[in-house]
Design a protein around this ligand. Structure first.
Ligand code: F6R
Length: 625
């Protein structure tokens, strides 16, 4: 949440910062702002609303020259999305500007202290107190009042301020008294350094600078980075120089472009076959055995595991729900799935032989990160299934399996979800392979079928026109329900989540068997109900039961939209609309049944005139609890 960019180099900072913000806008779009330093002057501009408002304001105003600058795109926490609450925030004298991602939990006390010391606070934000704390530190360092440039003074002021802050924060600041420097700090929120030739960058995500350099360094917990055109210095909050390791970003700028699609979401849905294939690449041997040595969890330890707990949020949580079916069936290890935001607060029972699996696309979700820390404090082994290399969650876990979806920019998760599922299947099948399993033949068969999944998803994508037509037809409905059984239940939840977040429509997912325990009261004439039907060739009993559930809702007048396997003649007569998907093994079905629901939500939201890449009130990478 909130996108941050800092630049020091040979280009016009304003151009680099605005371009970076454009690439980070998925992280928040309540307001945007920029500040640059040039010739002893700080110039800034900020506007409520999307980045385009700031760009228009800049086009109308005086140019912002300068080779050092910061920018911010906001997801509001403290204070509504207004111009005054937009970042950057400045000190009383307009000498420095700061941008922030996260929440400063002790801000009320610090704000009272700043006000008592005579500082003028112009916004409702927690961030502004940092500007005034920096102001006080810079003034203390400038005891003779000459305001001479002192390289390093801003970094030192930042370290002193950070030691007083509680909560989660990424901060990036510039100051006219240390004019060549951009200083960043991080605790619990992401900040990456981009290392270029004669220029350096700070950003919430590599996407902001990938057009200029692929060399990156992830700033560690409680560290401060000072970038200048000709160098980078990193220390702890205590001032001790820190050892950092860089990496090379393995995708290029075209992966973060729309490539002719109207929305990133459409592109990302279309990329799913490739994303699945990449996630499988090199992990299934020619002999059908899985090789996941990269996870760095010794086989002996994996054999000793007696419980698995999956923690995740939102769409990733739905992937975790599906993982539970796979893990318990193939590995015969008890598995719990928990919303990461609830996990640590209920004092879960974890031991050294518990494996905790944290699923996260961004690797930065604060709820999941906190769950990981809690699990590690209890000495459990923690494995991340993550899409972003070097992000906080995998860095803090014992082991990691990277999904290879590539950058996911649309706020609503699509390709990350399918690759999270693939990651979960791989882990479950690998554990089954290591430990031996009751369903050994089935597991081996599924491993070979996994390789067919990119094709299966491709087939689904090619047959989506009727789904799009249906979505347009239903755009004026007030509510849609989703039903499923077994792995179809989390798929139903995912279908409902997509519709809520994109179409702002009331949508609920239910376990079909639960219908009669209450939700059936919602059914009335014409209500669209999407039913995810299990394969008739998988567990027949499941198929028969859901056909009965369909009868129950039809009898009450529902408009039944069925997602079923091709050739399922039994369910066909009861479907007002039938969406067919290819036959795949039961546990892998979510890979094909979710896709029509993604397309449905995307098209319906578009028909309602919504921006599907940037749905209201949301942001990607939820870095607050
Ligand atoms: C919904 C969606 C969110 C994320 C959730 C977790 O479409 O994208 O529900 O799945 O915020 O995010 P990650 O996977 O980054 O931890």
């Amino acid at each position: 949440m909130c996108g941050i960019v800092g630049y020091a180099g040979h280009r016009q900072a304003a151009d680099v910062v605005i371009e970076g913000l454009r690439r980070l806008e998925y992280r928040g779009y309540d307001s945007a702002g920029i500040a640059v330093v040039e010739d002893g002057k700080l110039r800034s501009a900020k506007r409520a609303g999307k980045l385009v408002n700031l760009v228009e304001a800049l086009a109308e105003g005086a140019p912002l020259p300068g080779r050092v600058g910061v920018g911010h795109t906001r997801w509001a926490t403290h204070g509504p999305p207004t111009d005054p609450n937009a970042h950057p925030h400045t000190d009383c004298n307009g000498h420095l500007a700061v941008v922030h991602n996260g929440i400063i939990e002790n801000f009320a006390a610090l704000r009272a202290e700043a006000a008592a010391a005579g500082h003028e606070l112009a916004s409702d934000t927690d961030t502004e107190v940092v500007a005034h704390l920096l102001e006080a530190e810079m003034a203390a360092a400038d005891a003779d009042g000459t305001q001479l440039a002192r390289p390093g003074s801003l970094a030192e002021a930042m370290r002193r301020v950070c030691r007083r802050l509680e909560g989660a924060f990424t901060l990036v600041a510039v100051d006219i008294r240390d004019p060549g420097a951009v200083v960043g700090a991080r605790r619990n929120s992401p900040l990456v350094i981009g290392c270029g030739e004669g220029e350096n960058f700070l950003a919430s995500d590599v996407a902001a600078f990938i057009a200029y350099t692929r060399r990156a360094v992830e700033l560690g917990q409680d560290q401060v980075a000072e970038i200048r055109a000709d160098g980078v210095t990193v220390t702890g909050f205590d001032g001790v120089p820190a050892r950092v390791t860089g990496y090379r970003v393995d995708w290029d700028v075209s992966a973060a472009e729309k490539a002719g699609y109207e929305y990133f979401m459409l592109k990302e849905i279309a990329e799913q076959p490739r994303a699945i294939a990449d996630t499988l690449l090199g992990r299934i041997g020619a002999d059908g055995n899985l090789t996941l040595d990269e996870m760095r969890l010794p086989a002996d330890e994996l054999r000793e595991i007696d419980k698995i707990v999956v923690v995740a949020c939102g769409t990733a949580y739905h992937a975790g729900m599906i993982a539970k079916y796979a893990i318990e069936h193939w590995c015969r290890i008890p598995c719990e799935v928990e919303l990461a935001s609830e996990f640590r607060y209920r004092d879960p029972i974890l031991t050294r032989s518990t494996l905790v699996i944290a699923i996260s696309q961004s690797g930065e979700t604060m709820d999941t990160l906190m769950a990981v820390r809690h699990a590690r404090e209890q000495r459990s082994r923690v494995l991340a299934i993550c899409n972003v290399n070097g992000s906080s969650i995998p860095r803090e876990c014992d082991a990691v399996l990277y999904t290879r979806a590539g950058p996911e920019i649309a706020v609503a998760s699509t390709k990350a979800f399918l690759t999270q599922l693939v990651g979960c299947y791989l882990v479950a099948l690998y554990l089954a392979q290591l430990r031996g399993t009751k369903y050994g033949d089935e597991a081996r068969d599924v491993v070979s079928q996994l390789a067919q999944m990119p094709n299966a998803v491709d087939v689904v994508l090619e047959t989506m026109e009727p789904v799009r037509a249906l979505a347009r037809e239903l755009a004026s409905e007030g509510c849609v329900l989703f039903l499923g059984r077994h792995v179809g239940f989390p798929v139903a939840l995912e279908g409902a989540l997509k519709l809520k977040e994109l179409a702002y429509m009331h949508a609920e997912g239910f376990a079909a068997g639960e219908l009669k325990h209450g939700p059936i009261a919602l059914i009335e004439g014409g209500l669209p109900v999407v039913v995810v039907v299990p394969s008739p060739g998988g567990r027949e009993v499941l198929h028969d039961k859901i056909v009965s559930n369909i009868q129950e809702i039809r009898a009450r007048g529902a408009r039944v939209i069925v997602i079923a396997e091709e050739g399922d003649h039994e369910v066909k007569p009861y479907a007002d609309t039938l969406i067919e998907v290819p036959h795949v093994p039961t546990l892998l079905q979510p890979l094909v049944t979710t896709v029509p629901l993604q397309v449905f939500a995307c098209e319906l939201a578009t028909a309602k005139g919504h921006d599907v890449d940037q749905p209201r009130n949301l942001a990607k990478s939820v870095t607050v609890e």
